[in-house]
Design a protein around this ligand. Sequence first.
Ligand code: DGL
Length: 263
Amino acid sequence: MIGIFDSGVGGMTVAHAVEQALPGYDLVYFGDLARAPYGSKSPETIRRYACQNIDFLLAKGARLIIIACNSAASVSGEEMLARYQPPIFDVINPAVARVASLVRQSGGRLRVGIIGTRATVRSGVYAQKIAAAAPDCQVLSQECPLLVPLVEEGWLDKRETKMILRRYLHPLRARQVESLVLACTHYPLLKGLIVPRIGRRVTIIDSSVEVSSHLAWYLKSHPELDASLARGGVSRFYVSDVTEAAQAIADKIFGRRIELIPA
Ligand code: DGL
């Protein structure tokens, strides 16, 4: 099984992208709704939660793990990679690889905006990794702490959400970024509002899409791991708290009724 975790339901954008990139592969998801949001917690606490979530998914039969939470990946990704034997993927490295390829295509210079939670932006991990992969790239980061609560509340098309987005995106738009990384798994749900506010010519990099295509590529080059993954078309979604808002978002992401199993 492919194991995926996030602090809440935002990581379901990753689970959905994985279902599309690898149809029929069994998935087990854990959304830590009871302890969300992670983005405003300390790195130590987020690391502890990440270990507990990975242990939970491995106990459910996961053979590989996707950390579908930028906040968790930014403070614990490298440590989890070293700590666990099963392969661990995160949402950051594939997005950085995509930025690097855009930089190459553009001839070496690109202004890239990063939007994420406070934990993700303050970790500086995107800026560091992009600087290492594409030194000429100019990175502008913006923390957007209000967006996750708005998404979790289901305020996907409210006037207030549009106003807040305009305010967060303004500094990036003013500096004329050419690409924008959605460095939070909740943000793909706001893509329709983000695109007109950042500018339609800006290339949007969605970490859920990048990690799922990276995983599909990785499995092709690791046939033993690929063969060990069950393919019964079963996806299970565990959550540490069941709420009406989470149910509505889960159903919206998948376009079908999702059974949230209390963990
Ligand atoms: N989904 C998480 C992320 O990708 C954000 C939610 C949270 O802060 O818990 O960063």
